[in-house]
Design a binder for this molecule. Sequence first.
Ligand SMILES: *[C@@H]1O[C@H](CO)[C@@H](O)[C@H](O)[C@H]1NC(C)=O
Ligand SMILES: *[C@@H]1O[C@H](CO)[C@@H](O)[C@H](O)[C@H]1NC(C)=O
Length: 323
Amino acid sequence: MKSVLFSRFFLLLPWILIVILMLDVDTRRPAPPLTPRPYFSPYAVGRGAARPPLRRGGPGRGAERRNESRPQPPPEPPLPTIYAITPTYSRPVQKAELTRLANTLRQVARLHWILVEDAAARSELVSRFVARAGLPCTHLHAPTPRRYKRPGLPRATEQRNAGLAWLRQRHRHQRAQPGVLFFADDDNTYSLELFQEMRTTRKVSVWPVGLVGGRRYERPLVENGKVVGWYTGWRADRPFAIDMAGFAVSLQVILSNPKAVFKRRGSQPGMQESDFLKQITTIEELEPKANNCTKVLVWHTRTEKVNLANEPKYHLDTVKIEV
Ligand SMILES: *[C@@H]1O[C@H](CO)[C@@H](O)[C@H](O)[C@H]1NC(C)=O
Ligand SMILES: *[C@@H]1O[C@H](CO)[C@@H](O)[C@H](O)[C@H]1NC(C)=O
């Protein structure tokens, strides 16, 4: 009886050992790394940053195995580039506003910032800022003629037009890569979701804007996926009753309407957006974004005028500091 038990045991033993070994090998597959992968800004690529290429998985062997087991998907078409045109002018809060905006724009993939100073030449402050901004940036300048520097007249006309001219010049020869243009004033607040929404603009897209026109928000009214009117507190009779922060235009539309610019002559205050959009699109063509224009993803914030009442008339500090 005893010997029968023993012989059975020894018969089974090798099999048990094999099973234990196999389980052990299985659990020794490389575990996912505990430390999170370091974050790399998508902009670092292509801006000459010296950095080894990102390598996913183990060196060599892992890549081969992945390659054998399933074919690589075809490369995706490149994301349309977002061109953000930002007019800016010298004032005590300028660097603070630009810093805030750069911190937002730096999070957006394939974004090209076009910063246009209202000045006869590029300022040192903005040049230094651009050099350290950490995102692809073009620094332009265009002075506003003195006769237009009056309250009640539209602002930033020359700067926005300089941005448009630069875009058209840059894409003069080559067939334009997909791109989207929008006007990013330096004092607004932008949700990152807004950039996802505008990226799919085919011609001209629109969305609500918060804290504007004397209301909590303004928005295009949408029925069956089409813009049919405007919810606004001010001059609803405007053809496009929308703020500068409320629309984006595809690069193709900008290039195929080479004469479309912001007008000084004949433009009434507050009609800049309408006058511009009239030249390139119709209400029927507008593409509503942000959940059929029911989500606010950009706010027309205003920075309080800073109090410099105690600023000395002549430089008193022992060092000179850029603010
Ligand atoms: C497998 O990878 C090698 C080098 O990484 C590459 O040259 C080859 O084209 C790949 N094969 C397939 C089927 O993707
Ligand atoms: C917008 O409205 C249209 C028509 O009512 C609908 O088909 C579409 O799914 C809506 N889009 C979103 C993002 O809700």
